[in-house]
Write a protein that binds this ligand. Structure first.
Ligand SMILES: Nc1ncnc2c1ncn2[C@@H]1O[C@H](COP(=O)(O)OP(=O)(O)O)[C@@H](O)[C@H]1O
Ligand SMILES: [Mg+2]
Length: 309
């Protein structure tokens, strides 16, 4: 349903998206997971036709988003990161506006507006101006605008940022319902837990590049059974590396003057012996954190940094 091939987008000297390729299927949720500035919104922008790619191709239902823009956009629903709502208009007026843009009219439009308002839990607030809505209500209305015309492909850009827990739960349910109904959903997020619980396939994006891609099981397989051990303190990086070189079944992910990160299976059992080696190398460990195999540890292993800034 979505085919992205070698997508590149430059803003002047800055390469925001750098050779991204993936495909997403009907009835499934494809996640793009990455920190702020990774290139998620730029990718969504290129898919929705809002931004023109510098290179590469983007197809939706087999149609080129640049070459066959109108045809491609017809089957697309977009829920942008920045709310696209008119504050002075009511919830149903906002929806009617979007419906009009998709050539929905009259009774059909009215019935569909009532239906989506019901689905997102805003039926009783339909006539109120949006400026009186909470952040979570606006997010739910933003979602309703994106699905109003029953798109076959739905692009969701960080739809749960800054909302109350109840709205979050409802939105996640709504996203699942869309996929269950056969829609192809592309979902961007910087929340690891959301990506893990929601997505069938995932691309991990950082610095404009997809650094890992696959099903959740495939990605977990890449981390293997190794825990990630993060040691803060005072270190001599060269001595630490030299001392750990001979230790079996261990990778040094990072070693600098204040932080050492190690990937080891069964880390908790090996702590005493590892501490002995480190102390021998003059290390002063002040804090230890252990992360079990997860997308979090995969991300840290691949990038040397944590997802959350
Ligand atoms: N209109 C723009 N002009 C210049 N740089 C931009 C523009 N939009 C985004 N960027 C830059 O492109 C990179 C990717 O941004 P973005 O796609 O918004 O990331 P994300 O959505 O993952 O947070 C960032 O470095 C950002 O500052
Ligand atoms: Mg963004």
């Amino acid at each position: 349903m979505i085919e992205v091939e070698g997508l590149r987008k430059e803003y002047g000297d800055l390469v925001a998206v750098d050779g991204v390729s993936f495909t997403a299927e009907a009835g499934a949720i494809y996640g793009l997971l990455g920190p702020n500035g990774a290139g998620k919104s730029t990718t969504i922008g290129c898919l929705s036709g809002l931004l023109e790619p510098t290179a590469g191709s983007v197809r939706v239902l087999g149609r080129d988003v640049v070459g066959e823009a109108l045809a491609a956009r017809e089957s697309l629903g977009v829920v942008p990161q920045e709310l696209a709502l008119y504050e002075d208009l009511s919830a149903s007026e906002n929806l009617a506006y979007w419906g009009g843009a998709y050539r929905m009219r009259g009774g059909e439009l009215r019935a569909r507006v009532a239906q989506v308002l019901e689905e997102v839990g805003l039926a009783d607030r339909a006539k109120e101006p949006v400026k009186r809505f909470s952040g979570g209500m606006k997010r739910r209305l933003n979602f309703a605008c994106g699905v109003l015309h029953r798109p076959q492909v739905l692009l969701l850009d960080e739809p749960t940022v800054g909302i109350d827990p109840q709205s979050r739960v409802r939105l996640i349910e709504l996203v699942r319902e869309q996929a269950a109904g056969g829609t192809c959903v592309l979902y961007t997020t910087h929340y690891m837990e959301e990506a893990e619980s929601l997505c069938d396939r995932l691309g991990i994006i950082d610095g404009g590049k997809l650094i890992a891609e696959g099903t959740l099981a495939e990605l977990r397989g890449k981390v293997g059974e190794r825990d990630l051990l993060r040691l803060a303190g005072v270190f001599d990086p060269e001595r630490v590396r030299a001392a750990l070189e001979g230790v079996e079944d261990l990778d040094v992910v990072q070693a600098d003057a204040e932080l050492v990160m190690l990937a080891v299976p069964g880390a908790s059992k090996r702590l005493p012996s590892l501490f002995a080696v480190l102390t021998e190398a003059g290390a002063d460990v002040r804090e230890t954190t252990m992360t079990q195999p997860s997308l979090e540890s995969l991300f840290i292993e691949l990038t040397g940094k944590e997802l959350r800034e």
